[in-house]
Design a protein around this ligand. Structure first.
Ligand code: HEM
Length: 80
């Protein structure tokens, strides 16, 4: 699975290159977080155990991702 490609097509619209805190991206900066941390958060959005005010939006973003795609995205973000 191509984590960088997935990121570009499904996440960059809001999170840009991961280094900015944008409004669309919920004001969070992804760069600097480890792959483990990101994977935990993405899985938390899947099962509803993680998130802030806009968790419903991120839950929709991850709902259709496979476990493999989540791992690949987390590895990519962890390498930014
Ligand atoms: C939060 C990743 C797509 C908007 C987050 C967080 C992660 C993440 C890891 C939590 C960051 C933290 O709390 O430290 C991703 C990935 C995406 C994706 C991997 C692609 C599959 C999008 C898109 C949008 C978006 C397309 C806008 C339409 C947001 C918002 C938050 C957020 C608003 C804050 C949600 C909250 O209140 O918990 N994202 N994101 N994300 N993302 Fe995304």
């Amino acid at each position: 699975v191509d984590g960088a490609g997935l990121y570009k097509t499904r996440c960059a619209k809001c999170h840009r290159d991961g280094s900015e805190s944008s409004n669309a991206g919920g004001g969070v900066v992804l760069k600097g977080q480890s792959a483990d941390e990101i994977e935990m958060k993405l899985n938390g959005y899947v099962d509803g155990s993680y998130g802030g005010k806009k968790k419903a939006l991120m839950s929709r973003m991850v709902a259709k991702l496979s476990a493999e795609e989540i791992k690949a995205l987390a590895a990519h973000i962890g390498s930014l």
